[in-house]
Design a binder for this molecule. Sequence first.
Ligand SMILES: [Zn+2]
Length: 291
Amino acid sequence: MPDADALHRFLFAQVPIRGEVVRLNQTWCTVQANRNYPPPLRRAMGELMAAAALLTATLKMQGSMILQLQGHGPVSLLVVECGTQLTMRATAKWAGELPEGGLKELVGDGRFAITLEPRGGRQTYQGIVPLEGGSVADILQNYMMHSEQLETRLWLYANEKTAAGLLLQKLPGRPEQDDDAWNRLCRLAETVQATELSQLDVVTLLRRLFHEEDVRLFEPQPVSFHCGCSRDSVARLLRLLGPTEVHDMLREQGAIEVSCEFCNRRYCFEAEDTEQALRDAVGTYDIPTRH
Ligand SMILES: [Zn+2]
């Protein structure tokens, strides 16, 4: 597979518009291998992963971006986290048989949240909007337009083997000289086929889509799966729950077993370990790992 697990940035030399192409292969397969996601959910997850990589690569900060779809449908939660080094993890919560259909049928009414967690304990930022749009791309485009005032278009695709995406974005703070450029480039990008997005090498893909434009393509960045969970993060979680609840759990189960919803790693805390975890000095509380 050409350009597997890589993100490519590009710029149009004549107009203030940037673009990116991402293709996730092993990264996406690892997410699917960790848990058995039902087929209707896979497409939305793959698309959200591709979108997370594309949006994270537009950030100037160092840290991570978390995209969450929460709803009242059969899928109650979809979470993708992407670090600015393009390390990713993802998980979802669902109940029962999932209907075939679009995102609306799966997630129902709900909300979409973007959280930015800068490295080094700087202020976390969170933007939350109602779920508006019938696809992952629609929801993110609406969010970027209304909350960030950044005109952004996304084309996303996911099957079992590949999650891929194409992004175009107007550069912030740069008035457009060529009024029609944005519409023209979006119309060209619109013609992209799923097979091109998921299989064609990026140089050929960009040449096919924008053959009359002057495109500057940058060195690709690798994308990979990584879960930052650790025994320490589980211990922090136990401290957050507090001694009463933790002791109740110990009484009921004998030991506390937690498995990470992102990577399936299992952590076991026997009574003694649990006491130690509760006693340990409270460290700085960073990214809460969902368990
Ligand atoms: Zn994990």
